[in-house]
Design a protein around this ligand. Structure first.
Ligand code: ADP
Length: 432
């Protein structure tokens, strides 16, 4: 038993170091005066007995302490080993025997370097124990990597301490091979993901450039078509029959739609390139909303929808780019109308909440599934709903709206319930 062997070693150390014992040994020589000799012997015997009893108490305390240390060692889940100053193993815990596949009987009282067919006899470890540790006395997470014949290629973190006036070395060994491998894999994976991301970014940039260029190229001929359709409709080349007029009308609407899409794409390209610059001025938000409502009233009426604007009692003034913010509001109103059935009502609320102008546009439309909310502000992201086929769109409106609000340091929130409707709330900083 290791516990026994430490104790016997400790006991002999203590005995060796007892000056009173040495004195007793030396005083056991023959003396001239027999009576005084026996007196001295008697009192020395008393002192001796007292010292022996003190030693026994000390040994008992030591035994307890060693037991306590061994219990602690055993509760440590990582491999743990105690070496003496000559690097011989005093004790090790179960985790050590288990992990390094060595037996207790082949470990205790053996040189640490010899264990498991000299698998610990590495230049790194010798450097650590013989040179680095004596200088520092404490070492934390000293990393060694080694091919252990018994257990394979391992990376270990060694935590060592010299204790008991450098008589003992406590060595905790943490196998970090898996973590290290994971770390290396993660680094490799991250590098590969960054590479892929850069590649995708490159493709995305190329796609943006292509859309931008194509939109520009398409705008000129589409505008020319509009002019020629206009000239025909005006009767420049003679009066048109009813059928011809009808066909021309259809061509005109399609051309209008085409131009709208082109304009949307160009607008988005511009904002993405950071080429949208705000021309801000102080604006009465109620008036801005009223004008937008007035402009769109006809299209609301055409769909049999009503619009209610709840004006605030006090003016709400914000510093905005009026033209762009007007388009933001129009986009939201248009969506509220497009994605609602006939006879439904759209409500606009405006209020000032602390330092924010809060505009809420509420509809009683088809609503948006929670799972689709993340897609709302993405580019070209159309979300299917019962009205999305009849209500034409490019999926660019909300993306652009969000970008313009960001430029104004504003924000947008959406609350929606399928079949009940949606509320898009815009918040903008008010003018101080
Ligand atoms: P578009 O209307 O051209 O499709 P948007 O970016 O304006 O593009 O809107 C993206 C999607 O969000 C739409 O396809 C639609 O499904 C959904 N959406 C937007 N506004 C509303 C709304 N008020 N009610 C229900 N769905 C909406």
């Amino acid at each position: 038993m290791i516990r026994g062997s430490i104790i016997s070693h400790a006991t002999s150390e203590i005995k060796k170091k007892q000056p009173i014992q040495e004195y007793l040994d030396s005083s056991a020589q023959p003396q001239d005066d027999t009576s005084s000799n026996s007196q001295v012997a008697g009192s020395l015997q008393k002192i001796n007995n007292k010292k022996i009893s003190q030693q026994e108490t000390h040994i008992t305390a030591l035994k307890k302490l060693l037991g306590y240390y061994q219990d602690i060692t055993e509760t440590i889940r990582e491999p743990f080993i105690i070496l003496d100053k000559d690097f011989r193993v005093v004790t090790a815990n179960e985790a050590f025997y288990h992990q390094f596949k060595v037996l207790k009987k082949d470990t205790e009282n053996r040189s640490f370097y010899e264990l498991g067919n000299n698998q610990w006899d590495t230049p790194d470890l010798r450097e650590l124990l013989e040179n680095i540790l004596p200088k520092h006395q404490v070492l934390n997470n000293y990393e060694i990597t080694h091919d252990f014949p018994g257990i394979g290629h391992k990376t270990m973190h060694l935590n060592a301490r010299q204790v008991d006036a450098k008589q003992l070395i406590l060595l905790a060994i943490v196998d970090v091979t898996r973590q290290k491998q994971l770390q290396d894999d993660t680094i490799e994976m991250t590098a590969s993901l960054i590479k892929q991301r850069n590649k995708l970014q490159g493709l995305n940039d190329a796609k943006d450039e292509f859309i931008n260029m194509a939109s520009h190229q398409l705008r000129t001929p589409a505008t020319a078509v509009k002019q020629y359709i206009g000239m025909l409709a005006e009767g420049y080349w003679g009066k048109l029959s009813e059928v011809q007029n009808k066909m021309l009308n259809t061509a005109y609407e399609s051309n209008e739609r085409e131009l709208e899409i082109i304009e949307d794409m160009l607008r988005v390209a511009k904002v993405d390139e950071g080429k949208v610059y705000l021309i801000k001025s102080s604006c009465d938000m109620a008036r801005q909303l009223e004008e937008a409502v007035k402009d769109q009233l006809a299209s609301f009426n055409n769909r049999g929808q009503s619009i209610v604007f709840n004006k605030p009692l006090e003016p709400v003034i914000a510093s905005i780019d009026k033209k762009l913010m007007r388009m933001v509001i129009e986009n939201l109103l248009d969506n509220a109308s497009k994605y609602s059935y006939e006879d439904k009502q759209i409500t606009i609320d405006l209020k000032q909440d602390d330092k924010l102008a809060v505009i809420a546009i509420k509809d009683q439309g088809v609503g948006i599934h929670k799972k689709d909310h993340v897609k709302l502000f993405q580019r070209f992201s159309r979300i299917d709903n019962p009205l999305s086929i009849s209500a034409e769109g490019t999926g660019l409106g909300l993306y652009w709206v969000k970008k313009i609000l960001d430029l104004h340091e504003g924000s947008m929130e959406v609350i929606s319930r399928v079949d009940y409707g949606s509320t898009f709330t815009v918040k903008l900083p008010v003018l101080n």
